[in-house]
Design a protein. Structure first.
Length: 210
């Protein structure tokens, strides 16, 4: 009976959920990795239609404030999905659009938009805008969410003409951050349960010896 309080205590210890950040340099820059169906560090990517690449270099060096090559990149007519191994209360990332124009965070502004739209698995929808890089060819923006834990997110991008009349045909995504359970917390719980089993077996062996 004395083991029960220890068992309950181990189960009650909350798991630590540190943030994981993917910079999209995890696989190097060659060969290019098709992102559709790719799983790494607690998240599975999907992209349709067409292809997007996990580790694409698109020319951000020296001009980007938020995103730096390599980045996840593809056509703006596709939709990117993120499916997490474990529910996360945190989601952040930076967005690039191939445009030297500002793109608004809604379709009500002078510059069109929204630059990107994020649909979370809990039903919440968010939009964001981008502003041009200095001396660059992309506009940049950021997304941040903290709240009710989510299992997945769907991201779509502006696919039209910017204020200069040029097509916005390519997106980039960088610095993807989300919360993931600390593996050590699972190992700690498993170790605690194993120790309980060993103690119980040892006590039974002693009793039988008597």
């Amino acid at each position: 009976m004395r083991l029960l309080p220890l068992f309950v205590l181990l189960l009650a210890v909350p798991g630590v959920s540190p943030a994981v950040t993917l910079t999209f340099a995890e696989f190097g820059t060659a060969p290019l990795s098709d992102v559709n169906g790719l799983h790494t560090q607690g998240v599975t990517f999907g992209f349709t239609p067409g292809q997007a690449f996990y580790n694409q270099s698109i020319g951000t060096a020296g001009t980007a404030l938020l995103s730096v090559d390599p980045v996840l990149s593809g056509s703006t007519d596709g939709v990117l999905t993120l499916t997490f191994d474990y529910s996360t209360p945190l989601l952040q990332f930076d967005v690039l659009l191939l445009s030297v124009s500002t793109i608004d965070d809604s379709n009500q502004g002078f510059n069109g938009g929204p630059a990107f739209t994020v649909l979370l698995s809990n039903g919440q929808t968010f939009t964001g805008g981008t502003t041009p890089q200095v001396n660059g060819i992309y506009s940049e923006g950021s997304f941040g969410y903290s709240g009710e834990a989510i299992n997945s997110a769907t991201i779509s991008f502006f696919n039209g003409f910017d204020a200069n009349g040029l097509p916005v045909s390519q997106f980039g995504l960088d610095n993807l951050t989300f919360a993931s359970p600390e593996p050590a917390s699972f190992f700690g719980l498993a170790g605690g349960l194993l120790a309980i089993g060993m103690i119980k077996r040892r006590r039974l062996a002693v009793k039988r010896g008597n």
